[in-house]
Write a protein that binds this ligand. Sequence first.
Ligand SMILES: O=C(O)CCC(=O)C(=O)O
Length: 332
Amino acid sequence: MSHSTNQSVSAPPASQHAADTRHGALASTQSGLTQTDPGHASELLFTRSLPTVSLQCDGLTALTEHIQAHTPVLVADLAAAWPALTRWTPERLSAQHGDKTVRVYDASFGKPGSGYMGSVDTMPFSRYLDEVLNHGRDLRMFLYNIGRQIPDLLDDIVFPDVGLRFSKRFVFTFFGCKSATTPLHYDIDMGHVLHTVIRGRRRVRLFPPGDSSALYQHPFTVRSYVNLDSPDLSQYPAMANASGWEVTIEAGQTLFMPAGYWHEFHYLEAGVGLSLRAPSNRVSDKLAGVGNVLMRSPIDRLANKIAPERWFSWKEKKACRRGEALLKKRTA
Ligand SMILES: O=C(O)CCC(=O)C(=O)O
């Protein structure tokens, strides 16, 4: 199998054509935005096709080329030999580690106010697994660091030799019920991520870092609040300039997300994913990561504490101004 599914490694002329067509279609909606079918507008945002590689069939170079070029790719079998794929059942995790106390989050995570970026509760891991994975309660566990919390679980994964320095201290897992969504963001540390789905299927939407203005990034954050399911092009017309990928990841598959790539994860089934992270080799990414962690995020949290609603609407206004500036530049 060479570069399987509907994808190809080099920038495909077909996708360029699709992008041109889409831009035409979206641009033409800008005079009659309210008549645009939001579902259709959503489809038009995702015109790029994501390459898939198989280590077994294509060799390691197929993946390392993408890592060096900072381009996303789906890897069919990077985790094929990971014991986690068979061992991490809710029953087994619960029996072996169920007494751990875990922090849980809900959809209020990004809302301004006292709960901003905070957990809503703590509970035993066994209760979480039962309520969420077995009974569909919408509570999330994300950025759960098994390197720190349950280091035994590291024995169930393999750090691949792909020319990246993976952190063993920051190995994050993500748990959620069917229909849970991790909203659109990029990772604050600006590291490269290899995200493997251990259980359940995910729909992932990805955008390149260059689409930040078109996605109306809130300043001082790594978040965008635009609705990708039904884009409101009358409020956010610059979204017509965003061009992303939409892909379904099956259990056992791994997505390479280069530093600064925007991503939204939607859980098509209840499940667990795991992210290995490594620093980018670009100085600009490292500096941006340090700036995010040490400067922008603390300012954002402080301002949210002082005046949550006013701060949020200031960020929203600023994001809209950047969107307008992008449109002016594109139409000049
Ligand atoms: O699986 C998720 O819910 C989100 C994953 C993610 O954001 C990441 O791996 O950086």
